[in-house]
Design a protein around this ligand. Structure first.
Ligand SMILES: [Zn+2]
Ligand SMILES: [Zn+2]
Length: 165
């Protein structure tokens, strides 16, 4: 594409065109976006943007928080990751892009996938009183299995100590 490229690499001729700069910026953006996407796919547990930043920074310490956050926004708008809005909490990011529901644990703040046969609730609305529905997100709230088993262990321990006293 650029006949001078090999010479430029050898340091014989240094020609920087606007197109070169543009190409380099595009390449950098593509690499950064790929790193962010990879982090979301690796974390797999609905990470916050802060979680994703920490994961990327572990291997690429020079990347900025703003870059990671901006790329999360781009990936979400492109549908390459799903942004999950959590009531009273930070948005989460999901490597799963097929429709599914979520459950929020009020004890640990964890977000979990919920399998439901009918995810498209908006199509089930029989009368919206003229309201034009664009989207619908369901977030169940409760206590996750891990927190429940921990709570139960505590209850048993408390009962045990009461009995022995
Ligand atoms: Zn929990
Ligand atoms: Zn999910």
């Amino acid at each position: 594409m650029y006949p001078l490229a090999s010479n430029a690499r050898d340091g014989v001729i240094m020609v920087t065109t606007t197109a070169d700069k543009h190409d380099r910026a595009t390449t950098r953006n593509t690499i950064q976006r790929a790193l962010v996407l990879e982090a979301v796919r690796t974390l797999r547990d609905h990470p916050t943007s802060a979680d994703v930043y920490e994961a990327v920074r572990e291997h690429h310490p020079s990347i900025s928080r703003a870059t990671v956050y901006r790329n999360l926004g781009v990936l979400a708008s492109r549908g390459e990751v799903t942004r999950v809005e959590v009531p009273n909490g930070a948005d989460r990011y999901d490597f799963r892009t097929t429709p599914h529901c979520h459950a929020l644990c009020r004890t640990c703040g964890g977000v979990f996938d919920i399998e439901m046969p009918q995810v498209d609730m908006a199509s089930q609305v029989t009368d919206a009183h003229g309201f034009f529905i664009e989207r619908c997100e369901i977030v169940f709230e409760g206590v996750c299995a891990q927190c429940r088993s921990r709570d139960e262990a505590h209850v048993e321990k408390d009962c045990g100590s009461r009995h022995s006293a």
